[in-house]
Design a protein around this ligand. Sequence first.
Ligand code: SF4
Length: 464
Amino acid sequence: MEQENRGPAFAIETLGCKVNQYESSYFFEVLEQAGYRPVSFRERADIYIIHSCAVTAKAGAQTRQLLRRARRANPDARIVVAGCYAQLEADRIAREELATHILGNPDKFALIDWLNRPGSFERPCMAIEPASGAHPFPMADKARSGNGKPAGGPVGFEISPVSRMHTGRARAVVKIQDGCDCFCSYCVVPLVRGRSRSLAPAFVLAQLRDLLKAGYREIVVTGIHLGKWGKDLLPAQSLTDLLEEIASSSLRPPRLRLSSIEPEEFDSRLLELVSAAPWICRHFHIPLQSADPEILSRMGRSYSPGYYEDLVLRLHAAFPEAAIGADVIAGFPGESEKQFENTRKFIEKLPLSYLHVFPFSPRPGAAAAEFSDRVHPDAIKRRAALLQSLGRQKRRTFRQSLIGQRLEVLAQAEERPGLWEGISGNYVKVFFRPRKPLCHGEPVVVEVNGFRGEDLEGTVVAGE
Ligand code: SF4
């Protein structure tokens, strides 16, 4: 009979990107293996971990809010803030007495050791090294043990990334790259995550092997600047090289989803490879940010609206059923009404399927925070609202175009008895009623016959 785990209870709340999600699953693993007991963030815990995000002012505010909530839930708990916002605003967090342990990106992987160090709201335990200091993949901690830092920490990838945190889910995330060298003027990521670093192909394949053995049918390959994967390796390689290696190996997953790729990195070689690889999901997320040439150059972006348009039209022509999503910033300093209209009209005419809209917020240390010609907050709000409504239209139009089509979806969760939701290759949530019991991750083919709220629903035609 499995011994009930009565160890100290921990709860993790993760903000931000898929890389943060992946790293949180790592925290989950090492804590469980160290005898800690997972509880939900709504429950009383002995340790609360907020894995933070610093991309927008809103993400920073959400981090502080979660820290306060955790303290209210259990004032005697160890409250850990880890990751990008901790790296960016450790002093403020300490000044406002929001956490007992403040761990930056380089040190957060040695979580267990830092937890064993004393820390209080008045005198928090702080570990904030320069972002490029440590290798972003846990195995590096082994090498660092000699330098006075907590020795060892989690050791390499013996710790399989498959944990109960993933079990039962249809899709697994694999982080293959961290950091960024671009310094777009609105972005703090290079400051908090450091320079671009890649996970060697052998380790990527090792993770794929473990996840496929665990029964995952979809692997989401992610990074902070995914398109830069391999550039820092010796010899230098590209993301397309890695995908080719996966394609020719026995470790090719039934579905591989690429997370965000910068426009200039979606080159013709990658397009060719994806065209010949039906197992790569027809879902492309390509940040746009603005479609006004002057604003793009002030952002430090290295493509033109024409280049972006050409790329989206080529993708749409090659994969008419594909979801093509874009990030866009509303109200970047100096953006006139006319320049905003350039972006709005540009997006309106393109076959995009959804938008992630970011109201501009100055980030400490990013160049644009010093730009004096700020747009009025009301105008930022209004422009963001216009783009969000345009995004909803795009999302609806894309889903409308799938009605009557057959989609293979991976069963993700039983919404209620007899009603399941699944995710399609082109990133659409589809509800369906299976004719027999299903397990998570099982593929079924559904004929889409209409909307269910903002999502789709259909009838199972094959697979289960
Ligand atoms: S490419 Fe630009 S926006 Fe993206 S992480 Fe790097 S600096 Fe930030």
